[in-house]
Design a protein around this ligand. Structure first.
Ligand code: CDP
Length: 789
């Protein structure tokens, strides 16, 4: 779709409509969980473990309970009475809500204090005295996986090792044979470190149990309200919380990025406190709790091997991974894919042989495995293939762009069945890379690099040509804890021709109130400004699986389109009735039905809406509304080519991103400005992990980088002026040809930056550097090569 089909008044797809939600956000009038204040509301604060592994000998609450305003301390044995001290994770593992006798990671919840004021709750938490007996700590996943390692999850009967799961895809033997027969094999150990999902708003909730009605309302920071309601009902049904008596409301959310998919113990404790006390209880994490205790992302140790012929034709790929999941597997992956969609690791290349395997390991760290702005491990997969492609190029002495061009899946091969089982819906990889090379001026940059090298200056050019996989379902393969992955839309057109549309997804800043309205406007010709969009309230929205992994456009977006088409079809019958003609005589243009060849004999969609309530044909059901549950036939496969130019300071090892060209393809675009915004934000969240962000632990399990003083999140100052462009290759199976886009840039940026750094240092014999590429790491490489100033 090159040009919008609708005019600026209707503002359907393709218009850069300003975001409908922004007037309230820029006026500070958003309604976040912490803005919710209910009469008689109490506050909760959590006591957390300073140890990564310890026995709890005693919890002394006497001093805390003496503080005026502190009402109660809830600990593991309190919850045990109600059988609520353990809960399932979204990956069907188990997790303590509060411990009875042992803590398993630093910052784990030990007990919770309830008070009349937030600061009194904090004072109370400070006053609780916990006596611990420190126990041996297992931090290194490579030691944890070794035979004979002490078993961490003693709560699991019969468990004799620390493996959370083993998962594999592809043909191991065939791949090994193909690697052995390859003329060249590039081999690289690649570590994608543990990072933190630094959303602006931390997690929290207000749990409000109405004792008179027996109804629980939880306002909470969740990306998946319906799934949470079902899980609450399944887990707490035995204490009387059945699903129709639970209402989950996700109000405005200040960034989720996957970190607001899991159910954290704090939510459950606040609910239990409200049910027991009979008053609303608010719990809001502080920044350090958010950073130290909530689910982490990544932490993949990958041994990658890529075989090729001497002239650069890729032959086989093998990736062996050890994944550190911390104390429990709390990732939100679809059940059939415990390692997420990691098997997209063959990327944009036509590989005939591939095998990948993942061993997930328990350690004494906070639970991990969250897909931080990523479709279930795609970031790790893309990093592996795009990094090793450059290692191969270097080994072959070939230009990395030329190597990619040589191995891309050819445009005419789509739909393309990958050797690891995915059916890529559409793509044109050479077009995207060519466009990026043109914009950046690739040949000139290579000349500039040569001249700079001759003068001893360090400049690098890095490419990443990624393929994404987003939009889970289809439901035949995708479910979370048995709940199938589809999504929904419900549209009601009011008599005056305005509408309300509700969805099973939940925006956390992506602009759904605008883009969903544009989809409905596109289909019905009702101006987008006349369409109110609502998400996140389980009492009113149709059932859906929520927003993460760039699934909203491919699923609920599609549902919006199909629900609107049902409405249009009914409106057509009404128009025929009003115009006293047959439906076959009618043509449609956005906003009106008219008699073929007579554009003046028309009825607008607004007139049809009015008639649906005032003058419908005899026998027709009154009203104008429709619901659609969309089960996608396949995933969508957005892609892009990114080129990054870096300069490196030989004195400090500092890497400066001088230019960054991002050419993205997400099929047909709903709102170009919002898509650009998604790319800009995603690129910044790619610069962070590439250059600065890492959560690591000492051998006693103490976190380093436990606050924003040490954990460095980039600002606009560290980001270049992004140069973005698009190619458009519609998805053939999506109702309006769109693919998701929300996370493309987070996935594609880190390898482009890492490749640029290695490219800058390749003449010094450097073949790889793990992210984050800190000045310290680069300076050590420069020193080793005798090139530091
Ligand atoms: O699930 P999530 O909203 O995070 O990801 P998405 O479906 O990729 O959408 C992110 C934002 O970009 C939404 O506001 C979409 O409507 C918008 N978008 C778009 O305008 N055109 C596309 N082809 C894809 C997404």
């Amino acid at each position: 779709m090159d040009k919008p089909r609708t005019d600026a008044k209707i503002c359907g797809m393709g218009h850069s409509m300003k975001r409908k939600e922004d007037p309230r956000f820029i006026r500070g009038k958003g309604n976040y969980v912490d803005d919710i204040k209910l009469p008689g509301m109490l506050y909760m604060d959590i006591v957390r473990s300073p140890y990564a592994h310890a026995r709890i000998k005693k919890i002394d609450t006497s001093a805390a309970l003496k503080i005026p305003g502190v009402l109660a301390v809830i600990d593991g044995p309190t919850l045990e009475k109600y059988k609520l001290h353990w809960m399932p994770t979204i990956s069907a593992d188990t997790q303590m809500v509060l411990p009875i006798d042992e803590v398993m990671y630093q910052a784990q919840e030990v007990c919770a204090v309830i008070a009349t004021e937030r600061y009194l709750a904090a004072d109370g938490a400070d006053a609780v005295e916990v006596e611990y007996e420190p126990l041996p700590v297992m931090i290194d996943p490579l030691k944890s996986i070794a035979p004979g390692a002490p078993v961490l999850r003693k709560d699991k009967k019969g468990k004799s090792d620390n493996i959370a799961f083993h998962w594999e895809a592809g043909d191991r033997d065939k791949t090994e044979k193909a690697l052995a027969a390859s003329e060249v094999v590039a081999e690289q150990y690649v570590y994608v470190p543990r990072i933190h999902v630094a959303s602006m708003e931390t997690c929290g909730c207000v749990a409000d149990f109405n004792t008179a009605e027996g109804k629980l309302t939880v306002y909470m920071t969740t990306q998946a309200p319906h799934a949470v309601r079902t899980v609450f009902a399944l887990v707490a049904g035995h204490v009387g919380l059945s699903e129709e008596r639970i209402r989950i409301v996700s109000p405005d959310i200040g960034g989720g990025f996957g970190g607001k998919v899991p159910v954290y113990p704090g939510y459950v404790i606040a609910v239990a406190a409200s049910v027991v006390i009979g008053k609303p209880v608010k719990w809001i994490e502080d920044r350090m709790e958010n950073l130290q205790a909530d689910s982490f992302a990544r932490d993949y140790h990958m041994k990658v091997r890529l075989g090729a012929s001497k002239d650069g034709r890729m032959t086989a790929l093998s990736i062996k991974t050890i994944a550190d999941h911390g104390y429990t597997n709390a990732s939100a992956n679809p059940m059939k894919y415990p390692a997420g969609l990691f098997s997209i690791c063959t990327g944009s290349y036509d590989l005939k042989n591939a095998f990948c395997e993942v061993d997930a390991v328990y350690t004494h760290k906070p639970p991990g495995g969250v897909a931080y702005r990523c479709s279930f491990r795609v970031t790790e997969a893309v990093h592996a293939i795009e990094r090793v492609t450059d290692v191969l190029a270097q080994k072959l002495g070939m230009d990395p762009a030329e190597l990619r061009m040589k191995n891309f899946i050819a445009p005419e091969r789509f739909p393309y069945k990958s050797v690891l089982g995915w059916e890529y819906d559409s793509g044109n990889y050479p077009a995207a890379l060519n466009k990026a090379m043109d914009i950046v001026g690739y040949e000139d940059l290579r000349k500039e690099q040569k001249e700079k090298r001759a003068r001893g200056e360090l400049m690098g050019i890095g490419i990443c040509s990624f393929t994404e996989i987003v939009g889970a379902g289809p439901s035949k393969d995708f479910d979370i804890l048995g709940i199938k992955m589809f999504d929904s839309a419900e549209i009601r057109v009011h008599p005056t021709g305005k509408a309300i549309a509700r969805f099973g997804t939940k925006s956390q800043g992506q602009g759904h109130e605008t883009t969903y309205a544009q989809i409905v406007a596109e289909e019905l010709g009702i101006p987008a400004s006349d369409i109110q969009v609502e998400e996140g309230d389980t009492d009113t929205a149709p059932y859906g699986l929520g927003t993460y992994a760039s699934r909203s456009t491919p699923t609920s977006g599609a549902a919006a389109s199909l629900a609107a088409r049902k409405i249009r079809s009914k409106a057509k019958a009404i128009a025929a009735h009003l115009l006293e003609c047959s439906e076959a005589d009618l043509d449609w243009e956005p906003g009106k039905f008219f008699i073929k060849g007579v554009p003046d004999k028309a009825k607008t969609i607004q007139e049809c809406a009015f008639a649906a309530y005032t003058n419908m044909p005899q026998g027709m059901e009154p009203g104008l509304e429709a619901t659609h549950y969309y089960d996608p036939p396949n995933l969508t496969f957005p892609f892009g080519s990114y080129i990054c130019v870096v300069d490196i300071d030989r004195g400090t090892g500092e890497v400066k991103v001088r230019r960054f060209v991002a050419v993205d393809d997400c099929g047909n675009i709903i709102n170009p400005m919002i898509v650009d915004g998604q790319i800009h934000g995603g690129l910044a969240q790619g610069v962070g992990p590439a250059l600065y962000e890492e959560i690591s632990y000492d051998e006693d399990g103490n976190i380093s980088g436990g606050s924003f003083l040490d954990y460095y999140v980039p600002t606009a100052l560290e980001c270049p002026k992004w140069e973005t462009d698009k190619t458009i290759t519609p998805s053939p199976h999506h109702p309006f040809g769109a693919k998701g886009v929300g996370e493309s840039a987070t996935v594609g940026a880190p390898p482009a930056i890492a490749n640029a750094v290695v490219d800058a240092l390749s003449h010094l014999g450097v073949t790889h550097v793990d992210i984050p590429v800190t000045p310290e790491k680069v300076w050590a490489l420069l020193r080793k090569a005798g090139a530091a100033e």
